[in-house]
Design a protein around this ligand. Structure first.
Ligand SMILES: Nc1ncnc2c1ncn2[C@@H]1O[C@H](COP(=O)(O)OP(=O)(O)OP(=O)(O)O)[C@@H](O)[C@H]1O
Length: 629
């Protein structure tokens, strides 16, 4: 979990809110500005919903305006047709309607994948005027409909009361959004945005998580619609235009899509801008288009990003004190990258992993052909072979990123071949990537803790309400992540942004992250590549500890000396086939292996003595990049 963000206190936001709440009664703002504040508050709900979906989960969903219309018409219709004017009922009904519409549009949009959700939600916005027209008996058609005066326990909610109601709803939503986004769930949303592949190998069903995020993002939009119908007392389709959808997108960019409170700043800039420039209506589409082009490139983290950069610069220059972070554990004597000497692993319940005649074809390319190997618990099983021989493909098959074209994959006695990656991860299979998958906007500690997201569950309600279960889970996540970072010798980078780390350190972070899930099988894809001598020593020790603790380790590695030191058994792949299997001594002595690496014509019929360790090393070519690495 993001330790730095989690500790942030919204003091400024609270003070601003108190000031705004008392402003009209204290005579600090007139009617015009009170309405402006209400409109900004309503727009910020729309923007916040978009931020959840776009900024966190990375899904472009343009339907906020359609959900805004749904909320407005549901609340309006309840009052006009059924005489239900209670604001709590109206807000609850708008929330339910948002969930229903979110599910109805999100399920097909997300099932189809790709740009489908963006398309579905885009069409939803363009459909609003037509739907309003078609159901004119309920909506008043293009002429619009007047709404009833909202009430609460017999009181009419108008004037200052409506102002307070709107602010209270907005504060309530932002409290929920803050607690959700600044929690392990928000961190998983960020992982999802950065890499659905990473989310899936962490045990998360990408489809379900995206649907959840999309539905959560729909709720504030519908609440905004309900509040708007109360504010204006009239609803007409020309409120819910494509221009408004662009305005919401522009406000999200201005405020910063990954900032919780940036939505308010973005909404304020948009609303005040529109009201101030009288020519705005005429030129709004041009202005939004140009603005999105410029802002998207020039300051893509919005006002919130500029503010964060400003604060960081002020801290660097010593104008502001450094933020308080949890003290890093003391380094042991002699350790230069954070201690690991005292670190220990709990027992890992490794299971045997077997492949039986496993094959994989990509069109006409037989990348793997009839591979039968076994990796045992408490052992390191190495996969070696020249570039393109199929090592990563085998790992991708084991963790479910590729579906086998033939053969079986057994974890213990269970056939897991062909299951989706999130299910295989839940069986206790963890992996690292040849090119580490590292999210943005997250500390190293928070990232390592994402390994525990599925295995040590804490519900969304616990996070939103900050229940004791959330707090104890947060403490346990942090303690475990720190201990694992210490184990892999990089405790000192715990509070740094994980995407700022060097490649070698990222690899060690991935090892720590894979350990955090309490996995039984570990797939390490070239973890030693890019590590210096001291990091390699730490890595060697960490993998040794996993073996001692009973874990099943499959190591793909080009660093042959490292393989010889760590492996109990080595399998050599060549052009998708299993060339040789044996102990390190047997493989070193196998002339076919040396011939494969050096390209010698005569590999010999069987194992023979060779001075081949350095030969094998020298024969390794540079890694190539393709597919899921
Ligand atoms: N997604 C894919 N689509 C098409 N072909 C692929 C895909 N992934 C792998 N291949 C092919 O499968 C073969 C094996 O590739 P793989 O990446 O598994 O090799 P490797 O042994 O891991 O190589 P390296 O050591 O360079 O990582 C190659 O011919 C590669 O082009």
């Amino acid at each position: 979990m993001n330790a730095l963000i989690h500790r942030s206190r919204p003091l400024g936001a609270v003070l601003l809110m108190v000031l705004l709440l008392i402003a009209p009664t204290a005579g600090l703002i007139n009617g015009y500005w009170a309405r402006t504040v209400m409109l900004i508050a309503i727009l910020s709900l729309l923007v916040s919903g978009l931020n959840v979906v776009l900024g966190y989960a990375g899904e472009l969903a343009m339907g906020q305006v359609a959900l805004y219309a749904v909320g407005a018409y549901v609340a309006g219709y309840l009052g006009v047709r059924f005489g239900v004017t209670n604001v709590l009922v109206a807000l609850a009904a708008a929330t339910v309607a948002a969930i229903v519409v979110g599910l109805v549009t999100g399920i097909p949009g997300l099932r189809l994948g790709g740009w489908s959700l963006a398309m579905v939600t885009f069409f939803l916005v363009t459909l609003v005027p037509n739907l309003v027209d078609v159901f004119a008996d309920f909506t008043g058609g293009t002429l619009g409909m007047g709404t009833a005066v909202p009430t609460l326990f017999g009181m009419e909610i108008v004037g200052d009361r409506l102002y307070w109601l709107i602010l209270v709803v907005v504060v309530g939503w932002f409290a929920i959004a803050r607690n959700l986004l600044l929690s392990r769930h928000g961190n998983m949303f960020l992982v999802l945005r950065q890499s659905p592949i990473l989310a899936s190998v962490l045990g998360v069903s990408v489809y379900r998580l995206k649907l959840l995020v999309y539905v959560v993002g729909a709720i504030p939009a519908a609440l905004a619609g309900a509040l708007f119908s109360m504010l204006d007392g009239f609803i007409a389709p020309d409120t819910f235009t494509f221009a408004l959808a662009l305005s919401v997108l522009a406000a999200s960019v201005v405020g910063g899509a990954t900032s919780v409170y940036g939505a308010v700043a973005g909404a304020a800039v948009m609303q005040i801008g529109q009201q101030t420039f009288t020519q705005f209506q005429t030129w709004q589409l041009v202005i939004y288009g140009a603005f999105l082009l410029v802002a998207g490139i020039a300051f893509n983290r919005g006002l919130a990003g500029l503010a964060q950069d400003g604060l960081a610069a002020a801290r660097r220059r010593g104008w502001l004190p450094a933020p308080a972070t949890a003290p890093a554990p003391a380094k042991p004597a002699g350790g230069d990258t954070g201690g690991h000497a005292d670190a220990q692993l709990d027992r890992l319940h490794g299971v045997p992993l077997r492949t039986e005649g496993l094959s994989k074809s990509f069109g006409g390319n037989r990348a793997l052909d009839d591979i039968s190997i076994e990796a045992r618990p408490g052992e390191v099983t190495a996969l070696i072979g020249p570039n393109g021989s199929g090592k990563t493909t085998l790992l991708n098959l084991i963790c479910g990123l590729y579906k086998p074209s033939g053969g079986r994959l057994l974890l213990g006695d269970e056939q897991i071949g062909g299951q989706p990656p999130y299910r295989i991860a839940r069986h206790g299979v963890a992996r690292t990537f040849q090119t580490p998958l590292i999210p943005k906007h997250m500390t190293t500690l928070a990232f390592v803790a994402t390994g525990r997201y599925v295995t040590h569950r804490v519900g969304i309600l616990s996070a939103v309400l900050r229940l004791p279960k959330f707090r104890s889970g947060y403490a346990a996540d942090n303690a475990e992540a720190r201990a694992l970072l210490r184990l892999v010798g990089i405790a000192d980078v715990a509070d740094q942004q994980v995407d700022s780390l060097a490649l070698g350190t990222r690899r060690l972070v991935e090892v720590a992250r894979s350990l955090a899930s309490g996995a039984r099988v570990f797939l390490f894809d070239e973890v030693g590549s890019g590590l210096d001598e001291s990091d390699l020593a730490v890595l060697e020790r960490a993998i040794g500890m996993i073996r001692e603790a009973g874990g099943t380790v499959i190591l793909v590695e080009h660093n042959f000396p490292l393989v010889l030191k760590l492996a109990d058994r080595i399998h050599v792949l060549s052009q998708g086939k299993l060339l040789a299997s044996g102990t390190p001594e047997e493989i070193q002595a196998d002339r076919r292996v040396l011939a494969e690496y050096t390209g010698a014509a005569d590999g010999g019929a069987g194992p023979e003595e060779s001075d081949s360790v350095t030969d094998l090393q020298a024969a390794e070519g540079p890694a190539v990049s393709k597919g899921v690495q």
